[in-house]
Each structure stands twice: as structure tokens, then as C-alpha cells.
Write a protein that binds this ligand. Structure first.
Ligand code: SF4
Length: 702
């Protein structure tokens, strides 16, 4: 940080929102704070409207500045009133003790988020297992990256969103983006695609909507939501038929191709066209473009991954990339575009139900022994893996389920699938505590609300979409009396009798995280705050201080025991819910440029509200005509779970049989009141956010 005139101070840090983690410097001291973008390797001076607006919220009038509790303890119909930290924490600790005494340790649960710093995510996992000794912990990344992570772990033995630096995109001759819309979700990343295009690269977008990214592509494939796996298998079928498979690479660097070769035989191009709606000619153009490119990249994201077959769908695209010899080749490969700011680090350090720090498995005796030694406990005292996010939420308040829940940095009342069901489960809890800096829809339901520090007021590390570990630096002090989540966990652990094991200082926690991760897949042992400062971030794995870090993975071998990548045969399965007479269309959900995730922050930003004030459902002009809907009319979307209202955006950018709704809003415009959680992915436990059956009716004029 540098001191300026009038006591102001300028600090280099990063945007609080998405996984690009754009560099910016924040000047604070004489509030309001201001920012300028930095020439950091991910954004190279660019920021999107979300990043530009981020400092607005630091002084927002709705900012929570005091702990809140129910006026009548235990009565959630009574108002939330301000109280002291001592009272709020006493109530929470009392609830934890009562619940564990009556119902057992696992009846207290923790729910985390992909926006927590690495240190906070690490400490939350440790808090659950050491201070609470509960198996009940998971986080909202289960709804985001888990399918891609499951596929990458299975195929490569390691999950790092992009196993290559972002800058490789600029060098690729073709990038196939499957269910990804960076032009809206992370606009500064488009400079890498644009640089490629200026060199003559032709990118291909696979998306049921003609998004801003698709409009700038050389080819746009518009499959029916939920059919991306069939498309990938079909492309591999064509590659085999046309002799485009890199047989030398397959023989030298992979296992299991014969099974896949046999499996994709059934994916004839015309059958794939019938399943997906993608013309045979476009299937062929895609395969030939990928196979003929010197450097080619396949990127999947939530559009392909948030399905009940999300892991297999990501695997199908990995199979295609492997067959064409891409992973590990310079400027080539498969990757997934991480969503949340610390979506990557959030899944590496132990806040996932089945994981310990260093991306270790809670089922592995050696991993348990290593982490237990760092934590100074007996490995037998470590709990077993608990339930995944939706399964934990769906069992709240039941026999054998969680009865007291602590939520950090997550707004499940808006972001969880079948959100109204989740809200009713939250109401069944004996006690709910939420840490947040605004009164989110989830915090509104709580017994205790704990006001937390905001991004610019806290320090720690984040791991971006490339696996680059960077520093979030404290640009200003939090308002008086506000704790950041590390301090909160240290204070709670102290009251639970484990305080000597929990520091509230980020660098102290990071030093412990380094030791806990040492020797694991996500090895941070060689990374220090000083190195991050000196090197614009360090890529993991980095096993010792002399190691340069690993921007590009798999160049020599994959992280599997035999060093080879694994093909896995995968088959198309129909979406759990298909259109019928009652619900005749397909609903898919996603993001818009000027909002972020559950909208707790961005819906409160005045400048972003000017850009995207209203939740809009997109539908095709043919469908609008059939249903008598005009531009801007209020429409009601209904599914078997619930109803929600949106303004109609009539656009020929969407398939006539598909309706799109953004998921940033709650209340009467909650897209997740509509989504289907009945069938989870068997590997990742991912719900089917991206496809369900919907009915559309016009309610009124604009
Ligand atoms: Fe922030 Fe992502 Fe926008 Fe960059 S692209 S400014 S990290 S929201």
C-alpha cells in the first residue's frame, strides 16, 4: 500500500467478483473509496461494469454494522434487532452446544462459499472438523464447479480449472467454448479471444442462446440444453470416421480409448442432429477446425456442467480433446471456466464434504494422518465425509439431518436449486446463523446475523481460474466492531474450547495451510505472501520455495498413478424432466452482464441497477407470437416446483423451444424457485440447474 495526500492510501488488490480476479488498485482513507484497473496478467488494464462498481458498496447504507438477533429468541417471526457481539455469539454457541448434546455432533452444520479467501475456506473446514467435530460441511461451489472437477479428477488425476495460463487462449487457432459466455460473465477475458481472432483464429461457441460471445464467434452451435454430451460424442464419432484422431498421442499418453471408440460408434451425425438440433455440417466443421488447428482449446462451463450428467458431459469433451491429442500440448488442451472469485481455491482447502486441505480425500488414511498431524489431533478424531450441499440442505431439521447451521458467504435462499423447498427446510432448523455484509434473503431467515468485513477490508489469498494464487490485500479498515470471517471463526473456536488452534491472522493461517497442503495435489508449500507480491501470483502446484510454480500442467505426464490420462466411456441420458403437455418448453438459467450470482451485492449497486434493473426472461419471437406475448410484457414461468415472474425479452437469439431466465433475483422473480433438484449427478452431486420443463403465460402488459 502507498500513502497519499490527506491520509489516503492506495493498495493493489483484486476485484471481489468473478474468477478472473482482475487486478485493481483501491484508494481509500477519505471515503468514498475509488479504484483504477491495473495491468495485471489476467485483465491487462480492463475491468467490467461489476468491477468498476465494486467500491460503491463499501459505504452502502444497507451495510450491516451490528450483529442482529431475534427480538424474541426462537421466534423467527419476531423482528431482527441489533445486539452486541457477545450476545450474538453466546446465542450461537449455546445453540451449538444444545444441538450437539441432544442430537449428536453431526447435527451442527457449516455451509461455505466460493468467495471466501483460501485462508477462510481452510479455516472453515478445520473449524467444522476440529472445533465442532462434525462431518456436516459443504459449500456453494457444489452448485458451480463440481462436475468439471469430478471429470478432471477422473481423467487427469487433478482438477485445476484451466491447466494452462489464460494467455494461451490468445495463441490458440481455435477455441471451442461449451456453455460459456465470457463476453457477459468476464468481459476483460475477451481480449485473449480477440487477440486470437486478429491473428485469424476462428472460435466456436456451443450455447442454446446466441450470446455476446456467440455473436463474435466464427461458428455458433445451438444445441438443446442437456444434449452437450451427445454432441461431444458425435464429434468424436466424426473424428474417428475421418481419421482425425491422434493415434500416436492416444497410444503414448492415455488409457481406455477402445471402450470410448466402441461407445461413440452409436453417435451417428444424423442421430446427433436429431438429439441436439446441431446440423451435421456444423458438427463436421467443428471437428475439422479442432483437428486441423496447430493449437486448439476446448473450454466447458456451467451450461454443459450443471446437469444430472454434468460430470459425464465434461468427460465427453475431455474425451474429444484427448482423442485429438490436445491436453498437455503447448497452447492446447481442455479446461473449465471457473465462476466464483475463489471457486478454485474454495474447493482445494477442505470446505467440501469429502475433502481435506491440499485437495486430499477425507477417505484416504494417509491424507487424514497428514492433516491431523498439522492440526495436532488424532486422525481417528477426524469425521467421515458428510452429505453434499443439496443433500445437506434438503435434510435440514430432520432426524439425522443438521439442526443448527452456520452459513458463511452464501445466499442459498436464492442460489440453491428448488429454492422454495430449501427455504422451507431452513425454516425447519432449530437455529440458523448467517455471516454476511448485507441482509441477504438467507440472512433474513436467520436467528443470528453476523456482520462481516467486505473484500477491500480483509486480507488473504485467492486462487483464480488459471490456478494462480494471488493476494487480496486490505485497502481500508472495516467499520468499527466488524469482524472478518477468520476473526469470527477464531472467536467462535475460543468459545467452544479450541481457541488455541485458530488464528485470526491471515498470514499465520496461510503458513499453516502451506504445511497442510504440502505433498497434496494442490500443493502450496512453496508459495508465500512475499513471492506472490514479487511474481504477480504463483501457480500451484509449487512444492518448495525454489520451485517456479506450474503455469502449464500435464506437459510430460498426467497426475494419475501411471501418468496417463483416462478416457471414460459416457452415454447421453435424457434430462430428468422433459417437456410435456402441461410444461411444454425447456427452461435454462444463467447470468447477465451487470449482475453477479445471487445478487446480494450487485442488486444493491446503483450503477449496476441502471444497467440491469429488471429480471428478464428471454423467449423467441415465434414462441412469443404463439403465446400472445409482447416485448416487455410480464410473463409467469411455471414448473413443477413453483412460479416466478419476469419481463419478457423477445429475441431471436434463443431457440424457439427454450426459455432463459437469469438467477440473480429472489422473491417473485426467483429462477431457482423453478429449477429441478430431484436428480443429482452421481459423481459430483450437481443438481440440474440448466434444464427443466416449463410453462409460460402472459400476465399483463409492460
Ligand atoms: Fe471483476 Fe470478473 Fe469483471 Fe474482472 S471480469 S472486473 S474479476 S467481475
Amino acid at each position: 500500500a502507498a500513502r497519499g495526500r490527506g491520509g489516503s492510501r492506495t493498495t493493489k488488490t483484486h476485484c471481489p467478483y468473478c474468477s478472473l480476479q482482475c487486478g485493481m488498485s483501491v484508494t481509500a482513507g477519505d471515503r468514498p473509496a475509488t479504484l483504477v484497473p491495473l495491468d495485471f496478467p489476467t485483465n491487462r488494464g480492463g475491468l467490467c461494469s461489476k468491477g468498476w462498481s465494486s467500491v460503491e458498496l463499501l459505504d452502502h447504507p444497507e451495510r450491516l454494522l451490528h450483529p442482529l438477533v431475534r427480538a424474541v429468541p426462537g421466534d423467527r417471526t419476531s423482528p431482527l434487532v441489533e445486539t452486541t457481539w457477545d450476545d450474538a455469539l453466546s446465542r450461537l454457541v449455546g445453540a451449538i452446544r444444545r444441538t450437539q448434546r441432544t442430537h449428536g455432533r453431526d447435527a451442527v452444520g457449516c455451509f461455505g462459499g466460493g468467495s471466501l479467501t483460501n485462508e477462510q475456506a481452510y479455516q472453515f473446514g478445520k473449524f467444522a472438523r476440529v472445533a465442532l467435530r462434525t462431518s456436516a460441511i459443504d459449500y456453494n461451489g457444489r452448485f458451480c464447479m463440481s462436475s468439471a472437477a469430478g471429470a478432471a479428477n477422473r481423467a487427469f488425476g487433478l482438477d485445476r480449472g484451466m491447466p494452462f495460463p489464460l494467455a494461451d487462449i490468445a495463441e490458440a487457432d481455435v477455441v471451442v467454448l461449451v456453455g460459456s459466455n465470457p463476453a457477459d460473465t468476464m468481459p476483460p477475458a475477451m481480449q485473449y479471444f480477440d487477440a486470437g481472432r486478429e491473428r485469424g483464429a476462428g472460435h466456436i461457441v456451443v450455447d442454446p442462446r446466441r450470446t455476446a460471445t456467440a455473436r463474435n464467434s466464427a461458428l455458433h452451435l445451438q444445441p438443446l440444453p442437456g444434449t452437450d454430451l451427445a454432441l461431444a460424442n458425435g464429434l468424436l464419432h466424426i473424428a474417428l470416421a475421418e481419421g482425425l484422431v491422434d493415434e500416436e498421442y492416444v497410444a503414448a499418453r492415455t488409457t481406455g480409448f477402445d471402450e470410448v471408440r466402441a461407445g461413440v460408434a452409436a453417435y451417428w451425425p444424423d442421430r446427433v442432429e436429431r438429439l441436439t438440433g446441431v446440423p451435421v455440417a456444423d458438427q463436421r466443421r467443428t471437428v475439422f477446425a479442432l483437428a486441423r488447428a496447430e493449437r486448439a482449446i476446448v473450454l466447458t462451463a456451467r451450461g454443459a456442467e450443471q446437469h444430472r450428467s454434468g460430470t459425464d458431459t465434461a468427460q465427453a469433451w475431455i474425451n474429444l480433446a484427448l482423442a485429438l491429442g490436445l491436453p498437455g500440448r503447448p497452447g492446447s488442451g481442455w479446461g473449465t471456466v471457473t465462476g466464483q472469485g475463489n471457486g478454485q481455491g474454495g474447493r482445494e482447502h477442505g470446505q467440501k464434504a469429502d475433502q481435506l486441505p491440499g485437495y486430499r480425500s477425507l477417505r484416504d488414511p494417509a491424507a487424514r494422518a497428514h492433516v491431523a498431524a498439522v492440526w495436532g489431533i488424532d486422525p481417528d478424531d477426524l469425521p467421515v465425509p458428510g452429505k453434499s450441499a443439496f443433500e445437506m440442505l434438503d435434510a435440514l431439521g430432520t432426524d439425522g439431518g443438521v439442526r443448527t447451521l452456520l452459513v458463511l458467504a452464501s445466499n442459498v435462499a436464492v442460489s440453491a436449486p428448488d429454492a422454495r423447498r430449501v427455504v422451507s427446510r431452513l425454516a425447519d432448523l432449530d437455529f440458523l446463523a448467517v455471516s454476511d455484509f448485507f441482509l441477504s434473503e438467507t440472512a433474513e431467515l436467520a436467528d443470528v446475523v453476523l456482520p462481516s468485513a467486505m473484500w477491500a477490508e480483509e486480507a488473504g489469498t485467492m486462487t483464480n481460474l488459471e490456478g494462480r494464487v494471488i493476494r487480496r490485500r486490505r485497502a481500508l479498515d472495516p467499520p468499527d466492531g466488524i469482524l472478518d470471517d477468520l476473526q469470527l471463526l477464531a472467536e467462535l473456536a475460543g468459545r467452544l474450547g479450541a481457541g488455541d488452534r485458530f488464528s485470526g491472522d491471515p498470514e499465520t493461517v496461510f503458513e499453516e495451510l502451506r504445511r497442510a497442503s504440502a505433498g497434496g495435489v494442490a500443493d502450496y508449500a512453496g508459495i508465500s505472501y512475499d513471492r506472490i507480491d514479487a511474481e504477480d501470483g504463483v501457480f500451484w502446484p509449487c512444492p518448495d520455495p525454489a520451485h517456479p510454480g506450474t503455469p502449464r500442467l500435464f506437459t510430460e505426464r498426467f497426475a494419475t498413478p501411471d501418468g496417463r490420462a483416462r478416457f471414460v466411456r459416457v452415454e447421453h441420458v435424457d434430462a430428468h424432466e422433459r417437456p410435456d403437455a402441461e410444461y411444454p418448453f425447456v427452461l435454462t438459467t444463467g447470468r447477465v452482464l451487470a449482475q453477479y450470482q445471487s445478487g446480494t451485492q450487485t442488486r444493491r449497486s446503483r450503477s449496476l441497477q441502471l444497467i440491469a434493473p429488471t429480471p428478464r426472461a428471454e423467449l423467441h419471437p415465434d414462441l412469443a407470437r404463439e403465446l400472445g406475448i409482447g416485448q416487455g410484457d410480464v410473463v409467469e414461468l411455471a414448473t413443477r416446483r413453483g412460479r416466478a415472474r419476469f419481463a419478457a425479452q423477445v429475441t431471436d437469439a434463443i431457440r424457439p423451444d427454450v426459455v432463459f431466465a437469469p438467477f440473480h433475483w429472489g422473491g417473485g422473480s426467483s429462477a431457482n424457485a423453478l429449477t429441478d433438484a430431484a436428480a443429482l449427478d452421481p459423481v459430483s452431486r450437481m443438481p440440474a440447474f440448466k434444464v427443466c420443463a416449463v410453462a409460460v403465460t402472459r400476465v399483463s402488459g409492460p
